[in-house]
Structures are given as structure tokens and as C-alpha cells.
Ligand binder design. Sequence first.
Ligand SMILES: Nc1nc2c(ncn2[C@@H]2O[C@H](COP(=O)(O)OP(=O)(O)O[C@H]3O[C@H](CO)[C@@H](O)[C@H](O)[C@@H]3O)[C@@H](O)[C@H]2O)c(=O)[nH]1
Ligand SMILES: [Mg+2]
Length: 267
Amino acid sequence: MNPFESNASVNMQGNFNTPNTHKYSVILPTYNERKNLPIIVWLLARVFEENQLAWEIIVVDDASPDGTQEVAHQLAAVYGQDKIILKPRAGKLGLGTAYIHGLNFCTGDFVIIMDADFSHHPKFIPQFIRLQQAHNLDIVTGTRYSSHATPRLSEARPGGVHGWDLKRKLVSRGANFLADTVLNPGVSDLTGSFRLYRLPVLRHIITLTQSKGYVFQMEMMVRARALGYSVGEIPITFVDRIFGQSKLGADEIVGYAKGVWSLFVGV
Ligand SMILES: Nc1nc2c(ncn2[C@@H]2O[C@H](COP(=O)(O)OP(=O)(O)O[C@H]3O[C@H](CO)[C@@H](O)[C@H](O)[C@@H]3O)[C@@H](O)[C@H]2O)c(=O)[nH]1
Ligand SMILES: [Mg+2]
């Protein structure tokens, strides 16, 4: 292992050694996240400021009836219009297209996509960034499972899930098992959506991706691997939301199986 790599992994938990002049854009898709948005924004701002990183958050709200957008406006007034950028849509158009929409407004060098309900804790972001920098990666993905990446690009400990019932755990495991077996992209958490992308890489993959809903994450990763982009994995603990409800329904599960099938036929 060269000294640069060993250095980088030793410092995975600490502060950055050299000034990081990159800018990080977070795309936060929201649907009825009025109670969660202020806290996730506060946590994100703290992580970025503590690590002296340039940042912005693009909130893509799909006309949430609970008043999420009013909260986003208030947050923009507090943190600055250049930091909290609300880019709403007229109705609930799905998670995949929310990322596509948000990406149009990102001005960073890297894009982080994550959920707004604390299932993806911002505390993991510095680890994503360190792994990306240590190996000049195109993508770093959070994993709730045991990493499939080479040990160099991951960590031995597995991630985890808290707060899901057995049915939801089986749906997630089954979805990953199905795509892993049929498409074999070599990434352990295909359905997870806590990821860091190099901006042009995300733009490239997103133009090829056809899915609209939750299946989007899986299709993005399968396409990234097929295109030869480098992917590292960071174990994360996914904690189910406290406020509000998941928007994953039976139609999304059917859409997922269809997505695996069309990639199998087409990739
Ligand atoms: N703008 C927009 N946002 C949406 C939509 N649907 C969901 N969201 C937002 O997307 C995030 C995730 O939605 P949840 O409803 O909380 O998803 P989940 O069931 O917890 O699913 C999680 O795990 C899945 C895999 O196991 C992931 O595929 C999914 O992305 C998410 O991480 C939340 O911030 C939610 O407000 C939509 O149609 N439009
Ligand atoms: Mg959730």
C-alpha cells in the first residue's frame, strides 16, 4: 500500500490534513418533511462548517401539503439564499426525477444525495469525502450491508439498519439480492440512496437512467459500474424516520422488479 493511501485511511475519522477547496452540493428531496427539514439542515451545516467545506443544499420539494416549503424559505432566510436553495415542483413526481431536477441547480464539484428524514446521518459525510479523496473516486456510496468493494475502497465492518420491521427488511434484502444476482454490479447496497458523486459523473449517469421512482438508485449504480466508474463504500447506520411516514409503496416494489428486468435485458 502506498503511504498516501495508508495515511488517508488512518485519518478517516479525523479532520482534513490539507485545505479542501471543493464545493459540495446536497440534493435533499422532500415530501412532507416539515418537522425533519430544520434539524437535517442544522446537522448538515454543522458538519460542513466544522470541516471548513464549501456547501449548498438544494431542496426539491414536491408541493408537500404539510408546509415544507414555508420551512425551507425560513431556513434560507437564516442560513442564506446561497446556502439553502429551494427548487420546488408542482406535484409529487417521484424520487428519481427529484434528483434530476435538483442536479440542474447544483454548483458544486461534488453532489451528495440523501434522505431528509435522518435515516442518512450527515456525520458520515466527512468519511465519504475522505475515501473519495484518498482514491480519487468517482462515487462513494453508503452501505447498510457488508461491503462488496475491495478492502482498499471500503471498511471491514458492515453497516446496519435500525427501526425497520421484518417485512421492510425482507423487501430491502430481497431487492438487493435480486439485482445483485441478476446484474452483479459488485456494490453491496444497490437500493441505498446516501451517495457522493463527482458532479460530471452524476450528470453523465443520470442522462442514461430511465427509472422515475425508488428503483432509480439501483439503476444509477448498475449503469455507473457498466461505464467503469470507480465506487467506494462506507458502512452507514440507517435509522428509520421518527417523524412522518415512508413513501415506499407496493407500486414502487413492482417498479423495482421491472427495473431489474429491463436492465437485465438492456445492459
Ligand atoms: N421531492 C420528492 N421527495 C420524495 C418523494 N418520495 C420520497 N421523497 C423524499 O425522499 C426521501 C426518502 O423517502 P422515504 O419515504 O423516507 O424513503 P424510505 O422508505 O425511508 O426509503 C429509503 O430506503 C430506500 C431503500 O431501502 C431508498 O431507496 C430510499 O431512497 C430511502 O433511502 C425523503 O426525504 C422523502 O421526503 C417524491 O416523490 N418527491
Ligand atoms: Mg425514510
